[in-house]
Design a binder for this molecule. Structure first.
Ligand code: MN3
Length: 241
């Protein structure tokens, strides 16, 4: 066999062998072919039992490992089917979400909201308290911390079915709002837009195992795990934008 032909034959052998190698190393193969912008589920900064007794470990495990993972998987599938979304950040997708199908809306919202939600909670001995700046703004816009909490709990309690309660900075003041399903204040068609400062998931899957049908019990106890350090950081960042 002339040398160039031999080289071609060897090259062809390598090509044929490549899929077998890939099968032998599925993890490496998946990494190599995954789209660069695929969204991923980040681990929690605390254990699944870290929010006990307010939120039980089994609820956290199912909520993070199954529900949130489901949003991530479905968002990646929706992005793969929508070339216009390729390479876009989550925030950029939310800012134009009214142009896209419900699968994009629900799963982009679900991924954003839950990613934020996990960071806005912490074990009770690590939650800190609202910064002086955030406290002053809450007093200014709601009258008192107690009045803010009451308004936030009411927004969560009045949301029928699934949805979220939010504290948002609209650029001039703080406001309490509620959104249905996985909608959020970053969406281009949100009735109230702004930077999320506090967010609470009020769908039953967030609390049902421990609090059953008593959403009010979940809402009033949830303050014990609200990560004020993170809420204060978000408020400072939003005011500087
Ligand atoms: Mn949820």
């Amino acid at each position: 066999m002339p040398l160039p032909t031999l080289r071609l034959a060897l090259f062809a052998t390598c090509l044929v062998a490549a899929p077998a190698l890939a099968q032998a190393q599925p993890a490496a193969s998946q990494t190599a072919v995954a789209p660069a912008a695929a969204f991923e589920l980040a681990p929690l900064a605390y254990g699944y039992d870290g929010l006990e007794p307010v939120i039980d470990a089994q609820t956290m495990q199912i909520h993070h490992g199954r529900h949130h993972q489901g949003y991530v998987n479905n968002l990646n599938a929706a992005v793969a089917e929508t070339p216009a979304l390729a390479g876009k950040s989550l925030e950029a997708i939310l800012a134009e979400v009214s142009n896209h199908p419900a699968a994009v809306r629900n799963n982009a919202g679900g991924h954003y909201n839950h990613t934020l939600f996990w960071t806005l909670m912490a074990p009770t001995d690590q939650v800190g308290e609202a910064s002086d700046g955030l406290k002053a703004e809450i007093d200014k816009d709601f009258g008192s911390m107690a009045a803010f909490k009451k308004a936030f709990e009411a927004a969560g309690a009045q949301r029928f079915g699934s949805g979220w309660a939010w504290l948002v900075w609209d650029g001039e003041k703080l406001a309490v709002v509620s959104t249905p399903n996985q909608d959020n204040p970053l969406m281009d068609d949100a009735p109230v837009k702004g930077a999320p400062i506090v967010a609470n998931d009020v769908w039953e899957h967030a609390y049902y195992l421990k609090h059953q049908n008593n959403r009010g019990s979940y809402l009033t106890n949830w303050w014990e795990v609200l990560n004020w350090n993170e809420a204060s950081r978000l408020f400072d960042a939003a005011r500087q934008d």
